[in-house]
Design a protein around this ligand. Structure first.
Ligand SMILES: Cc1ncc(COP(=O)(O)O)c(C=O)c1O
Length: 464
């Protein structure tokens, strides 16, 4: 008997090189002693830098870990709890945590919050609530490769790319928004909204106030929704500061405008607290109907009450939270600087960034030609010969070949040093892809590299 169309079709979006790289890594993972020639995983946006802080909190709070509160067992309560509204204590703790992390600029109302099994689930639920099958959301490129699956596969919603360019550091511009909107219309797709990731995965940059204002104006004028995935909002380690779309609403006094019911925020503890395995995410919206529907849908992917119990205690611990935020930020900045300096030493530049767990790395000069085929060729060489799993820009739908997302926080400093040594050896030897032809290119740099290389000059979009 055959499976359903959904289960048997390949619209799951998981056949990109992004996921292939993970599979290759699994077959041959690097280990300093047991497999020193193995592949180093640099394609996973995971934060392992502050794990010791979480572990030491657990060690001194063993009660919460052992189903107890003030020495009294809460095992039965937790084992029986299955209300998909979630534990009130946990929602309150989450709201407090987010406020502290964002410098108390915005305080969420726990009643407008829907708990979900990570941002993956939150994003899909939002698509189910906002778009009918065949209706579209506009997404700035490059974007997180998982969105092809999370936003489209089960919901039938469509992604239409907003093509951003290295010329202005991949910033969102008014003309790029309009072009994407027109393209959707030409494809007969009704546009239901714009979906942004702020800070951006894979760019590692926060959206500027100008970009956010543009986005807001666009959503008001076109009468569409804004979804802002703010999963990296606490993973900002340099200026400029993170600005939430919620701050734009209050800054522009739009609370009573219709748009306030069309702005929806996604968050999760997977990145900022480094707990992707705990599956803790949320939707925040001022739209009551949406919150009601999303809460019902969340019953398909709840956070276990055990996890909520443990984290409500951890997040209510102000001293722990403040120390974690401070130390984590410092460690992330140091790690990113280490990677950027390593690349700079071998003539590879990274987009200027201030957030995230990765760098957006410009390897255009290492391509044998300015094509996506050449990018794939380089990606394969780096994976199989150099032994690094990095993510090709094409898997993030970047419209320019030669960019790669490279993660820096999912490994030890020692492993990162090994990775940088491998890169140095690769670039220092033949370096380039595509046999002997490449050596000529190292002396005769092609014109397009220079023409496009003004991306890190911090300019604001010209066409606001
Ligand atoms: C932008 C973005 N959204 C969502 C997710 C999924 O996160 P979660 O583990 O919370 O489902 C990721 C994970 O990498 C991400 O980068």
């Amino acid at each position: 008997m055959s499976l359903s169309r959904k289960a048997s079709c390949d619209s799951h979006g998981q056949d990109s090189s992004y996921f292939l790289g993970w599979q290759e890594y699994e077959k041959n993972p690097y280990h300093q002693l047991h497999n020193p020639k193995g592949i180093i995983q640099m394609g996973l946006a995971e934060n392992q830098l502050s794990f010791d802080l979480l572990e030491s909190w657990l060690a001194s709070n063993s009660d919460e870990f052992g189903f107890k509160t003030n020495g009294v067992s809460v095992f039965k309560e937790l084992a029986l709890f299955q209300d998909y509204h979630g534990l009130a204590a946990f929602k309150n703790a989450l709201v407090e945590f987010i406020a502290t992390m964002r410098g108390n600029k915005i305080k969420f109302d726990p009643n407008k919050l829907v708990l979900t099994a990570g941002s993956t689930s939150a994003n899909e639920i939002l698509m189910f609530c906002l778009a009918n099958p065949g209706e579209a959301f506009l997404l700035p490129t490059p974007y997180y490769p998982g969105f092809d699956r999370d936003l489209q596969w089960r919901t039938g919603a469509k992604i239409v790319p907003i093509h951003c360019s290295s010329i202005n550091g991949f910033r969102v511009t008014k003309s790029a928004l309009e072009q994407a909107y027109n393209r959707a219309q030409m494809l007969n797709l009704k546009v239901k909204g714009v979906f942004v990731t702020n800070p951006s995965n894979p760019l590692g940059t926060t959206m500027s106030r100008n970009e956010l204002n543009l986005l807001m104006d666009f959503a008001i004028n076109k009468n569409v929704h804004i979804v802002s995935d703010e999963i990296y909002s606490g993973t900002v380690f340099d200026s400029p500061n993170f600005i939430s779309i919620a701050e734009v609403v209050s800054h522009r006094k739009l609370e009573d405008n219709n748009i306030n019911g069309r702005v929806h925020i996604v968050y999760s503890l997977s990145k900022d607290l480094g707990l992707p395995g705990f599956r803790v995410g949320m939707i925040y919206s001022n739209n009551e109907t949406l919150v009601n529907a999303a809460t019902k849908m969340s019953s398909f992917g709840l956070i276990s009450s055990q996890t909520q119990h443990l984290l409500s205690h951890m997040l209510f611990d102000k001293q722990f939270v403040c120390n974690y935020i401070h130390v984590n930020e410092k460690r992330l900045r140091k790690r990113k600087d280490m990677m950027v300096a390593g690349f700079r030493d071998v003539g590879i530049r990274c987009l200027k960034s201030n957030a995230g767990l990765f760098c957006w790395v410009d390897m255009r000069h290492l391509l044998s030609a300015y094509t996506f085929e050449a990018e794939k060729e380089l990606w394969k060489k780096v994976l199989y010969e150099v032994g690094l799993n990095i993510s090709a820009g094409s898997s993030c739908h970047c419209s320019e070949p030669g960019w790669f997302r490279i993660c820096f926080a999912n490994m030890s400093e020692k492993t990162l040093s090994v990775a940088m040594q491998r890169i140095r050896a690769f670039v220092g030897s033949s370096g380039k892809c595509g046999n002997g032809r490449s050596n000529q290119r190292s002396t005769v740099k092609t014109k397009w590299v220079f023409k496009l290389a003004s991306y890190d000059d911090d300019r604001e979009p010209e066409d606001r």
